[in-house]
Design a protein around this ligand. Structure first.
Ligand SMILES: NC(=O)c1ccc[n+]([C@@H]2O[C@H](COP(=O)([O-])OP(=O)(O)OC[C@H]3O[C@@H](n4cnc5c(N)ncnc54)[C@H](OP(=O)(O)O)[C@@H]3O)[C@@H](O)[C@H]2O)c1
Length: 317
């Protein structure tokens, strides 16, 4: 049977790396559109993967990726924008998703998988992030089933080698002296393992039951943010007092941190954290518990370093 070709937008990020690897293992030809191919040469270790230089906002570059593809996958997303009015979120989540969908239609790609987020809701979303994610998802599904089959995935926070959630806390726990001031300590999450998330993507490609569906993805256990940070501290062997901030101090921290370059925490993040990131019903099983995986990468060799060693073994620089 002819190998299918999959074109990825956002394939250079954390989820993208894991997804590319599973797609290649499952026998797909994989193409990734990369704004900076030089920075993403680690992907080249995957047999047959094609890195295509381009900007996903440019229809011509989208065409380079999508022509001849059987499946498109959109993973592009941001957690913070430059301003704070929602314009940046709208550009990346809504405008870009619309452009990608249009290009799929123009180039007759019959299947599109779209990454959204748990609690995404165009009308009631707690933050710009969640509202724009919801708006993009709704737009996709107004088209689904006509000329293209669309499936959306809505994960809680994702963990795994290279994540920016537990790894970020691990890093901060090592750097911040004495005690650790934690905003929104009672927010709840059902962390989901990245390999379970990408498995849901891969197995849905040819499954007609998933066409036009939206799937919430949650791991098997629910934790408060405080529990997750305490677990991270124990796992990396850091003894630190974690001080859960009350609501007013969490807001203050968000306001201050959004002035720091790179916005490590923002008011929009604070608003997202006001809603528990847990599934009401879990229709797609993501069975891997955090405790089975996190010790293998937290505080150990960094994922990128591991990819470098694969590359060296494969004689690819
Ligand atoms: N990680 C989680 O816990 C989590 C939870 C729920 C939903 N999600 C969603 O899952 C998706 C993937 O997340 P991730 O953790 O893999 O994110 P990530 O590591 O930050 O990767 C984001 C990807 O999007 C691309 N991208 C970001 N902004 C862009 C822009 N303005 N123009 C073009 N490309 C842009 C990045 O390209 P460059 O490499 O060129 O920067 C990268 O390929 C996102 O849509 C995210 O919202 C993630």
């Amino acid at each position: 049977m002819k190998k299918k070709t999959v074109g990825l937008f956002g394939g250079t990020g954390f989820v993208g790396l894991h997804l590319c690897s599973q797609l290649v293992d499952a026998g797909y030809h994989v193409r990734v559109l990369a704004r900076h191919p030089q920075r993403n040469r680690r992907l080249m270790v995957l047999p047959g993967l094609q890195l295509i230089e381009g900007n996903p906002y440019q229809p011509e570059d989208r065409k380079k990726l999508l022509e001849g593809c059987d499946v498109a996958i959109n993973l592009i997303g941001i957690l913070n924008e430059r301003g704070n009015k929602g314009t940046g979120f709208r550009q990346v989540h809504v405008d870009l998703s619309k452009g990608i969908l249009q290009s799929c239609l123009d180039h007759k790609v019959p299947r599109l998988l779209h990454m959204s987020a748990l609690n995404a809701d165009a009308a009631q979303g707690a933050s710009h992030y969640l509202r724009t994610k919801g708006e993009a998802e709704n737009y996709m599904h107004t088209i689904s089933g006509r000329q293209i089959q669309i499936t959306s995935f809505r994960p809680s926070v994702i963990f795994g080698p290279g994540d920016s959630f537990l790894n970020r806390f691990a890093d901060l726990l090592k750097k911040i002296p004495l005690f650790f001031p934690l905003a929104c300590p009672d927010s709840r999450f059902a962390p989901v393992y990245v390999e379970d998330v990408v498995y849901a993507f891969v197995r849905s490609i040819d499954d007609p039951e998933t066409f036009s569906q939206r799937y919430d993805l949650c791991g098997p256990h629910v934790y408060t943010l405080r529990e997750l940070v305490e677990y991270t501290a124990r796992t990396i062997g850091v003894r630190k007092t974690i001080i859960g901030l009350p609501d007013w101090a969490s807001r203050l921290q968000a306001r201050m941190m959004e002035l720091v370059p790179g916005k490590p925490f923002s008011m929009d993040n604070y608003r997202s954290l006001q809603v528990d990131s847990v599934c009401k019903e879990n229709t797609t099983p993501c069975p891997t518990p955090l405790e089975a995986i996190a010790p293998s990468y937290l505080g150990h060799e960094d994922f990128n370093a591991r990819m470098q060693s694969f590359r060296t073994q494969a004689n690819r620089e």
